[in-house]
Design a protein around this ligand. Structure first.
Ligand code: FEO
Ligand code: CA
Ligand code: CA
Length: 699
């Protein structure tokens, strides 16, 4: 069998297993068919039923009067993090509620949902859009121009990579609003639409590798009312590739569990893989989650840890194991290679010569991302989801405290905060009788899906809190450790983000097509729908400081399309007055604390293209969902950035035209070159994952 035949066979998706999920091709390439395979979490870790005695008042669950729980961001102008909110109360309203009543500076009329067959980027009346940077765009002075029919690995390594997820735009200090850094990651590749079928398989694999990793690129604009353009050859531009070396930090660094023949010290790891969402820290670094790393490795697939992390002995889709021994852990000296992925990485985009880090103290699982907040006590708290059906929600609390200010010394100190601290996993308890959680999404008699919760310790004060496991074992095999302490099995936690306005934490559960199936856990109050196709969002209010080990929670929304008869809940807001929304994934906040949600999977849920939605969190309109934009055919919306004070929104458009082929594209985004027309310089007639800016036409 020729290599190119092998390539085609291995790229064939597994059809028929994607109901309530994204496209079969995305499933195969992005998640290694996670949803068609067995559930990784087969632990007998109980699913508690609702405990009526754990009642909390609706008022407490909503955080009213809980001003003491407010955390503040202390200084940190570099990071692009949102400004600190004014703590305190007035006339019985918490600071959060007061802020929520303010008007966002980005007003718009919600767009209508767009049918999933439409290959169009849709924005509200009065707005327009423009790509900032596209797959293949040249980053460096010596980068060749993109030529889709004559691609090489050497060229791709000097060009913008494929499929972006987490994205942020950080102002360059002192640039008078005219300069910024754009960070984004390159989660995965789709060889079937990237390359002509005639390209040799070995070249396909090499270009594919070069299209992974991360990109930092400088942006410029004339003034803050003008759109950004990227600067080719700018000094801070950087591509992080599969051979870029990352330093493993924290308690697992140097342990036997992470050593390989290439790295006997267990501290230096080549590359980052499957980077999904992320977060920006108040000290100006970027975090990115290594999510579906298992899809890049061949393993024995027989150990409990291989099974728990979805590692198998089948050839991978991309077959990099043919080129590098480390991608088959059965090769001598590479047994631990998979233990070197599945971490949160931290990079300093302002220093292109810096060594990026992998943070072992934050645990190893299929990290969606990580978002931090500085607690009142000064400790830094990171919230993290493990995006797999029936997996868990985690929290990290730094040992050291944040140092405010923009001095070099403070920044150096803060850049080590995520290397040491406590790690917890969440257990949720509902307060309604189990019989009232019927699996349909119908709200129980007390009027809310709500209750209390605990952060169960895994590592505390440098010691393991899990019987029979060392700290290094807990951090490397975090899923196995968590199974032992009884956390709540969730419906695929994606972004988990604290509001810097209110301190409340938003946990995005994207869907879980297996909940309630025979042999699988059924509905619980915090995951209240069986065969959960459309997802829901949990709102957590920590009790006291953000470092607390107990919390209250309620569901902000249970997603779907009320017009199609889905049972939904939007915190009591009338369901006939919301934009339909399905498969929430990434979130962001605007300057007054509204929540913005991007979606991934809506086409197979409610039949519309994915999009970006604004959700009001406080006041009379709490729960109101308004669709702001819709991405083109087969794409998901990622990495939202809301600069509403400049009336600008940014999104990553990931995998446009995913289900097409190179010869028969499903999308022509973003260049939209017409058939028979010679493309203008820099354009191609093919889909290109891109970072897009949306701004007012009167800007
Ligand atoms: Fe890459 Fe959890 O989405
Ligand atoms: Ca309840
Ligand atoms: Ca995601």
């Amino acid at each position: 069998m020729s290599e190119s035949t092998v390539r085609k066979l291995n790229l064939l998706p597994m059809f028929g297993h994607t109901k309530g999920k994204r496209s079969p091709i995305t499933c195969a390439l992005k998640c290694d068919n996670a949803c068609s395979g067995d559930v990784c979490n087969t632990s007998s870790n109980s699913y508690f039923r609702d405990i009526a005695s754990a009642a909390v008042s609706r008022r407490a669950a909503l955080g009213l009067g809980a001003a003491g729980a407010l955390a503040v961001v202390l200084g940190g102008n570099l990071g692009g993090a949102q400004p600190a909110s004014a703590a305190g109360t007035e006339a019985g309203l918490s600071a959060a509620a007061k802020i929520g009543l303010q008007k966002s500076k980005l007003s718009f009329t919600a767009i209508k949902p767009v049918d999933a067959a439409v290959d169009k980027f849709t924005v509200p009346a009065g707005f327009t859009w423009q790509p900032i940077i596209r797959w293949g765009d040249s980053l460096f002075a010596d980068s060749p121009a993109f030529d889709i029919n004559n691609q090489t690995a050497a060229a791709q390594a000097r060009q913008f990579g494929y499929n972006n997820d987490y994205t942020d735009i950080l102002p360059v200090p002192g640039s008078k609003d005219r300069r910024a850094l754009l960070f984004t990651n390159h989660e995965y590749t789709n060889e079937g639409i990237m390359f002509p079928a005639t390209l040799p398989a070995a070249e396909v694999r090499a270009i594919g590798r070069a299209a992974h990793g991360l990109t930092v690129v400088e942006l410029e604009r004339q003034n803050k009312n003008k759109p950004w353009t990227y600067v080719k050859g700018a000094p801070l531009n950087r591509r992080y590739l599969t051979d870029t070396v990352y330093e493993l930090t924290g308690p697992a660094a140097g342990s036997e569990l992470v050593k390989t023949i290439d790295d006997p010290a267990g501290r230096w790891i080549k590359g980052t893989l499957g980077n999904c969402s992320g977060g920006t820290t108040p000290w100006g670094t970027i975090l990115s989650g290594e999510e579906n790393f298992n899809g890049y490795f061949v393993s024995a697939g027989t150990s409990s840890s291989d099974k728990r992390y979805g590692l198998t002995s089948k050839p991978t889709s991309r077959q990099w194991e043919l080129d590098e021994q480390r991608f088959d852990t059965r090769n001598a000296g590479y047994a631990n290679e998979t233990n070197r992925f599945g971490w949160v990485i931290e990079v300093d985009p302002f220093d292109p010569s810096s060594t990026p880090k992998k943070r072992s103290a934050m645990g190893r699982f299929k990290h969606e991302g990580a978002n931090v907040i500085v607690a009142e006590s000064g400790h830094v708290v990171a919230y993290m989801g493990d995006d797999e059906r029936f997996d868990y929600l985690y929290k990290f609390v730094s040992k050291q405290k944040y140092q405010p200010g923009d001095t070099a010394a403070a920044r150096r100190h803060n850049m080590d905060l995520l290397s040491e601290g406590n790690l917890y996993v969440a257990k949720f308890t509902g307060n309604s009788p189990a019989a009232e959680i019927d699996g349909t999404g119908k709200v129980p008699a007390d009027g809310a899906f709500d209750g209390t919760g605990e952060w169960l310790p895994l590592v505390v004060d440098g010691a393991s809190a899990v019987a029979g496991m060392t700290v290094a074992e807990v951090l490397v095999y975090t899923r196995l450790a968590a199974d032992k302490v009884g956390p709540t099995k969730m419906d695929r936690c994606e972004d988990v983000q604290p509001s810097l306005h209110s301190g409340k934490v938003y946990v995005v559960c994207t869907n879980n097509s297996d909940r309630g199936k025979p042999g699988k856990e059924g509905a619980t109050e915090v995951n209240p729908r069986t065969l959960n196709r459309d997802g829901h969002i949990v709102e957590i209010t920590e009790t006291g400081d953000q470092t607390s080990t107990v919390f209250n929670w309620n569901l902000l929304m249970v997603c779907g399309d009320p017009a199609q008869g889905d049972v939904t809940y939007f915190s009591g807001y009338p369901v006939d007055k919301v934009s339909p929304i399905s498969c929430p994934d990434n979130v962001a906040f605007d300057s007054v604390g509204n929540l913005w949600i991007s979606t991934d999977g809506a086409p197979s849920g409610i039949g519309y293209n994915d999009g970006l939605f604004k959700v009001t969190l406080e006041g009379e309109e709490r729960g109101k969902v308004e669709q702001f934009l819709s991405v083109p055919r087969d794409a998901e919306t990622c990495g939202p950035v809301i600069h509403d004070e400049e009336r600008t929104v940014f999104v990553a458009v990931q995998h446009p035209g995913e289900e097409g082929t190179f010869d028969a594209p499903h999308s022509y985004f973003p260049d939209y070159v017409q058939a028979g027309v010679t493309p203008a310089a820099g354009q191609v007639r093919a889909p290109r994952p891109s970072i897009v800016q949306v701004f007012r036409t009167d800007s």
